[in-house]
Write a protein that binds this ligand. Structure first.
Ligand SMILES: [Zn+2]
Length: 81
């Protein structure tokens, strides 16, 4: 498996049937609205349309399915405030 995967995929013909690179889907672990740090939030107005994979912590941009960040990496001690 290549190391440079930058996007998740979805089931063919079902753009909401997301399949994360960790094989999580909406019907297994699921995906939750989150902020840029991967904190789960309510998808209210002003939300940046990001989702976090509940299994691996990758943060996904809804419109492009791009992996924009990773919750676990953001939790490294060096990066925390
Ligand atoms: Zn995942």
């Amino acid at each position: 498996m290549p190391h440079d995967i930058k996007c998740i995929t979805h089931e063919s013909g079902n753009e909401e049937g997301w399949v994360c690179v960790c094989n999580n889907t909406p019907s297994t672990g699921g995906f939750f609205p989150c902020d840029l740090k991967g904190n789960e939030i309510e998808p209210v107005k002003g939300w940046n349309r990001l989702y976090v994979c509940d299994r691996c912590g990758r943060i996904i941009e809804q419109d492009t399915l791009k992996i924009v960040a990773h919750r676990r990496l953001l939790r490294l001690p060096l990066l925390s405030n």
